[in-house]
Ligand binder design. Sequence first.
Ligand SMILES: C[S@@+](CC[C@H](N)C(=O)[O-])C[C@H]1O[C@@H](n2cnc3c(N)ncnc32)[C@H](O)[C@@H]1O
Length: 298
Amino acid sequence: MKKLLPVILFVSLLLLTPVAAEEEWNFNNRDVPYVPTKHGIVDLMLEMAKVTSDDILYDLGCGDGRIVITAAKKIGTHGTGIDIDPDRIEESTENAENANVTGMVKFIQQDLFKANISEATVIALYLLPSVNLRLRPKILSEVKPGTRVVSHNYNMGEWEPDMSKEITDDMDFEYDSHSVFFWVVPANVSGKWKWAVQTETGNEDYELKVDQKFQAVYGEFTIGDRKIPVKEMKLTGDRLYFTIEQTVKKQFVPMRFDGHVNGNFIAGNIESGIGSGKHTINWKAARNPSTVTPLEEW
Ligand SMILES: C[S@@+](CC[C@H](N)C(=O)[O-])C[C@H]1O[C@@H](n2cnc3c(N)ncnc32)[C@H](O)[C@@H]1O
């Protein structure tokens, strides 16, 4: 029971106190108190983020290191845990030794807001709602598009999760329900993209204007001065997909674009035509950098 007291206090405070008040708390000058994620939830977090041995996993506020240690032991993933509390770093280091994964994980005593997270391919979090919101701009600007983020219990406000799951257990309480949220960090594809396409009658100017709210994207497409509706536009990490339909000889002919975004360039394929007339061509577009809107300013 003594062991459970901090957990009960943490959960009760979060359930009973509005988010605004949570910011007033002071957990010994830390942003979040120490409460470990239960092992079943750690497994679910790793599963939802599809963590593999090729990933580099960061746990920001790593506690006793269990998330990175579990991934190293069960999956063979290299990881880094960051915690502001030196006792937690000492405990993590000891736990890594006991689990025989010292070569695969490292633990750094640091404020997570000051950490260099640029090499992460997966980020695990168990923080607080307001801390997630403060961390959001850092994640969106410092990691590579396509990096996965998985968070125990707390979401990212208006950055909607790509997936969420509920897990209920009755091990410690009569009813204990947790959420796990998952996101893929989107590339910034906002702005005006242009390219030219060679046709039998000469070059045609293509323009794609994209409005973006985190991973949600809305496109306007023009060929010359013709507006063409954009269908099924989707962004996953650095991969942008959309379809346009043109009328050729009174028939709707789809063009399916699939491109990899790299800064102010997109390159990929267009699958065009129907039936036996189907063919694939390359696609390369450049963006005017002055048309980009930062991801936090939609
Ligand atoms: C709720 S615990 C989560 C521990 C671990 N991630 C887990 O899921 O088991 C939050 C941890 O964040 C750490 N922490 C709080 N504020 C921090 C900060 N600004 N920088 C780094 N770590 C912090 C605390 O010391 C604590 O260990």
